[in-house]
Design a protein around this ligand. Structure first.
Ligand code: HEM
Length: 481
């Protein structure tokens, strides 16, 4: 089913599409994106209009925050990976796209996500994060289990009291504590930060992401408030300071190690804060609700299969959740990848063409000039029917199981690279790649060691999916712990 990445037919063509009139075109498109069409339709309708998955479009926010909203969008599985090729694209200052939040939100530093691999600091910071994750690898399973079994106990008490339990709120508090404890051995809620960490973090995240979101308020309020000017950084200074204090104290060992890599303690700490709060916490805030929603919608038949696989592997490991046991859970792993494919938590990727390029889609080859901004909307690429067939838009839990299934993994792009490739200091692939797939699986394991099945209602919220538990059926067999 997967189409070849090799070769492309015909002579190179100019990229079709239109940016419309200056300023007016970009503002009009922004309104389509947020209010009149919504994200998916915005991109799909332009692919349809121009009959091409490589197309010239404007991306939000546009005036007055972005100097230039014009991009060449790559919207299929074949053209998208140009964004992973460090010989072809430069990834300096474009983590959030055509605008960059003020560096006063990150202590005056351009943190790792905004650095191109050609910049020496990128290597040092990314190495610091690899070292940190490696040094804490044995802590991940026990820390995950203690934090998330606590979350599920709260779900049960809220269900008993109110008949429902809002997952997102509990996940925010738990994921924030879990990450702090997993990386540094200190739960943020047990420090001076108290239980206020997730709220402070969410506020700071909004200050960076507001140009790209809608809060569901009337357009007349949101346009001037969120999409035209940057929110003033001084309004989150206090929140940032409190977060920084936690990292500078709890992260002492990591900071000692960073100094050994040639980073100043201060630059390392702002980077630790960003990688932990924005990259990791921001990621899990979106990942777990999306995964839970897909599993809830998968229904009882899927739950039964997961129960059998998970409890079988844990029983074989003497009743313990070990890395070896988790590795044996093929369906569980496939479910996590399928959720990352269907709902990639980070949907936009950008890169400036380093030289004149030819980009191949399934249907042709297109010319792009040096300096042009390339943009990928990941859901279009990872739901490409030319690769994933008629079920491309559906959640197929066992899609990646077995030899045939694993051939499709090269088309899973959530980490800003192929799932078959690895992050390194020389590329921009997410250094948390293995950690994320592991905690995704641990989440499913925890759920089905504890429950035979569960019910939940699924909706949407600011950054993704919202899930409310409406019932759980406690485990009737197996290791159960
Ligand atoms: C980069 C996704 C979790 C640290 C990225 C990028 C994506 C991504 C798409 C590339 C952005 C770009 O340059 O266009 C995710 C998702 C996560 C997650 C979906 C969770 C669900 C983590 C974790 C860490 C992390 C746990 C902890 C170390 C980073 C860093 C970068 C990055 C530092 C910049 C890499 C570089 O500059 O080479 N992530 N990430 N992320 N991620 Fe993750």
């Amino acid at each position: 089913m997967a189409s070849s990445d090799q070769g492309s037919s015909g002579a190179p063509k100019p990229v079709p599409g239109s940016y419309g009139l200056p300023v007016i075109g970009a503002v009009r498109d922004r309104l389509d994106f947020y209010y009149f069409q919504g994200q998916d339709k915005y991109f799909e309708s332009r692919v349809e209009r121009y009959g091409s998955t490589v197309v010239r479009i404007n991306v939000p926010p546009g005036p007055f925050m972005a100097k230039d909203p014009r991009v060449v969008a790559v919207l299929d599985a074949k053209s998208f990976p140009v964004l992973f090729d460090m010989d072809k694209v430069e990834k300096k200052n474009l983590f959030t796209g055509t605008y960059m939040p003020s560096t006063s939100l990150t202590g005056g530093y351009r943190v790792c996500s905004y650095l191109d691999p050609s910049e020496p600091t990128h290597t040092k910071v990314k190495q610091m994060l690899f070292n940190l994750l490696l040094s804490r690898k044995d802590e991940v399973i026990p820390t995950f289990r203690s934090n998330f079994s606590g979350l599920l106990a709260t779900v049960e008490s809220e269900l008993a009291k109110d008949g429902k339990a809002e997952f997102n709120k509990l996940n925010d508090a738990t994921s924030f504590d879990f990450i702090g404890e997993a990386y540094f051995g200190v739960r943020p809620s047990s420090t001076e930060l108290g239980t206020g960490g997730p709220t402070k973090a969410a506020k700071w995240l909004i200050w960076q992401l507001h140009p790209l979101v809608t809060l569901g308020l009337p357009m007349i309020l949101e346009e001037p408030l969120l999409h035209t000017f940057h929110l003033p950084p001084f309004l989150v200074k206090g929140d940032y300071k409190a977060l920084y204090k936690y990292y500078s104290t709890a992260g002492k060992q990591a900071l000692d190690m960073a100094e050994g890599l040639g980073l100043s303690r201060e630059e390392a700490c702002h980077n630790l804060l960003f990688a932990t709060t924005f990259n990791s916490y921001g990621g899990l805030k979106v990942l777990f609700p999306g995964l839970l929603a897909n599993i809830a919608n998968g229904g009882e038949k899927l739950h039964e299969k997961l129960v059998a696989e998970i409890r079988g592997a844990v029983a074989e490991a003497g009743g313990k959740v070990t890395l070896g046991a988790v590795e044996k859970m093929e369906l569980t792993k496939s479910v996590v990848w399928e959720s990352l494919r269907l709902d990639p938590p980070v949907k936009f990727q950008y890169g400036h063409a380093k030289k004149d390029l030819e980009i191949a889609s399934h249907d042709g080859v297109f010319q792009v000039k040096k300096g042009e901004m390339l943009f990928g909307y990941q859901p279009c690429a990872t739901k490409d029917p030319r690769v994933f067939g008629a079920t491309a838009r559906e959640f197929v839990p066992d899609r990646f199981v077995g030899e045939e299934g694993s051939k499709l993994l090269q088309y899973v792009y959530w980490s800003n690279g192929r799932e078959t490739e690895s992050p390194s200091v020389a590329n921009k692939q997410c250094p948390g790649k293995n950690f994320v797939v592991l905690v995704g699986r641990l989440f499913v394991v925890e759920l089905f060691l504890r429950y035979d099945t569960f019910d939940a209602s699924v909706g949407t919220e600011l950054l993704g999916t919202s899930v409310v538990f409406t019932g759980v059926t406690k485990a009737t067999s197996g290791p159960g712990s």
